[in-house]
Design a binder for this molecule. Structure first.
Ligand code: AHR
Length: 533
């Protein structure tokens, strides 16, 4: 194994309170409830669905006449599971697909809707696979179906509009279709014929997707001009519309700088109309390998790559602040996740689908903890993608369905939604490895609401448990419950045949006391529910 355990302590967060050296435990966690970072927007726990592979067709939409249990054509198992994780928001219809999509194709009677070539049809896998909805878009799932899906799941819709190949007026009319009052416009009537007399309504609107690439190959300043034009005088219908600008690819800081500088060139007030700028970051291993077959080095490499999200948020945020001095605009990380190659055991038309393992669960825990720690900056985030795709929470094929370990992390982290993120100092050994440098063994976040604190911790060390002393400043821990997702096999994952291979377990007997001593299992994601006195 190429890593060496160093007994050197990494501090996450500014060390305003110097942790007392502790010799009885390997790590120390100091929760500082009076140092509030911000309320964790529930939208940080959002999702993303694209007309890509098996995500929409067979994933979300099975059709009303399917033998698969469904609610008006929408997969019932999926809806039931989304309620369990309190899914707050779902982005649709892409991704790159969005900038090739005409929303008019997906409204009106289903049997009259046109068939089109899907954006992803030219992907090598799909050329070779049989024709199907991933290649030739049947438009059976459109605006009304998506809005109904969101309503069933209890989530808010977030639409990505086509900026590359439609006009600003098409965007204007899509907003009118979704939001104009019952009976007020011809488009409201058309919406009513599709089963929704009442407005949906849709507040979140992405103006293009990856406009630096598949969304038009713009530069940041070219895009800023387009963005201003698209959002100017869009009808509001009493909605507080929240426009989201296409943001940078990973560490493209030049994009962020040029977009913001150009946006305000005419009038600094332009910032008032921008809810967020969208950052996309996927992590993967350099061998672009299999999700289920990897070495210990591959484990550590992926976790180190996931950690990079923190630096991306901080750096883009700092650049944004050079122009947006009043901090009106937030970050919307509307695509994130671990991207491995499509699993050869899954039909090739289910493009980008693979079996997420315990390793991917840790990536998700690390990432969600980063978002929590930056609750003042990140207003929304969308795991890419919900079902049958990258970093997926679910796999489904016909009447087979399974929740993946990533779903379990979302369920474990749901209690953070709407609580206040507080500064938490984690003082723990670091793992240093040849390939990727230092990786803190433990990382995590803590949120507080009334007399309860939720502490989520990822232990990335494959072999060693971390004995930890947990302190909460000026409060006492009066009770604690633990929920742990781990396995002795780092490749553990769920399949249709073994849907419960990897599931969280309750540990109701942590050694109580203030400080609380808790041993974080190797290769684990843990949630501690703490009652405070
Ligand atoms: O999520 C898959 C693709 O990744 C999206 O369509 C695109 O936005 C990104 O490059």
């Amino acid at each position: 194994m190429s890593r060496v355990l160093r007994r050197q302590f990494l501090l996450s967060g500014l060390a305003l309170v110097a942790p007392r050296p502790s010799f009885s435990t390997g790590a120390r966690i100091d929760i500082l409830p009076d140092e509030q970072i911000g309320v964790i927007s529930p939208h940080i726990y959002g999702h993303f669905t694209e007309h890509l592979g098996g995500c929409i067709y067979d994933g979300v939409w099975v059709g009303e006449n399917s033998k698969v249990p469904n609610i008006g054509g929408i997969r019932k198992d999926l809806v039931d599971h989304l309620k369990r994780i309190k899914a707050p928001v779902i982005r649709w219809p892409g991704g790159c697909f969005a900038d090739s999509y005409n929303w008019r194709d997906g409204v009106g009677p289903r049997d009259h809707r046109p068939r089109r070539t899907n954006f992803w049809a030219n992907t090598p896998y799909l050329w070779k696979s049989s024709d199907g909805p991933s290649k030739y878009e049947p438009n059976q799932f459109g605006t009304n179906e998506f809005a109904r899906f969101c309503k069933l799941a209890g989530a808010e819709p977030y639409f990505a509009a086509n900026l590359r190949s439609l006009q600003a007026f098409d965007f204007y009319e899509w907003v009118e279709y979704c939001n104009s009052p019952t009976g007020s416009t011809s488009l409201a009537d058309l919406r009513g014929q599709g089963g929704s007399r009442d407005p949906f309504p849709v507040r979140f609107w992405g103006v293009g997707n990856e406009s630096w690439g598949c969304g038009g190959s713009f530069t940041g300043d070219e895009y800023a001009i387009e963005f201003r034009r698209y959002i100017e005088w869009v009808p509001r219908f009493a909605q507080d519309l929240k426009f989201i600008a296409s943001g940078p690819n990973v560490a493209d800081y030049a994009w962020t700088r040029s977009f913001f500088e150009k946006l305000v060139e005419k009038d600094k007030g332009a910032l008032r109309d921008v809810f967020g700028t969208a950052l996309h970051y996927y992590c993967g291993t350099t061998d672009q390998g299999s999700s289920i077959d990897f070495s210990n080095d591959g484990w550590y490499e992926l976790l180190s790559k996931a950690v990079r999200m923190e630096e991306l948020i901080s750096n883009h945020w700092q650049i944004m602040g050079e122009v947006d001095t009043e901090r009106r605009v937030k970050l919307v990380v509307d695509e994130w996740g671990a991207w491995h190659r499509t699993d050869p055991g899954i039909a090739p038309s289910y493009l980008f689908a693979y079996y997420p393992t315990l390793r991917d669960a840790l990536v998700s825990g690390i990432t969600l903890d980063i978002f929590n720690r930056h609750a003042d900056k990140v207003a929304m985030a969308n795991d890419a993608q919900l079902i049958n795709n990258i970093n997926t929470l679910f796999l489904a094929a016909d009447d087979h369905f399974t929740a993946t370990p990533i779903f379990h992390v979302f369920e474990m982290y749901a209690p953070h939604q709407g609580s206040t993120s507080v500064r938490t100092i984690i003082s723990a050994p670091s793992l240093s490895q040849k390939a990727t440098g230092a990786l803190a063994v433990l990382s995590g976040s803590c949120s507080v609401k009334d007399s309860r604190a939720v502490l989520t911790i990822v232990n990335g060390d494959i072999q060693n448990a971390q004995e930890s002393e947990i302190n909460i400043r000026n409060r006492r821990i009066t009770s604690a419950r633990a929920t742990v997702l781990t396995s002795t096999d780092i490749h553990a994952h769920n399949t249709f045949d073994s849907p419960n291979a990897l599931q969280p377990k309750e540990d109701n007997n942590p050694r109580l006391g203030s400080p609380l001593n808790y041993s974080f299992a190797p290769a684990s994601v843990t949630r501690l529910d703490l009652e405070l006195g």
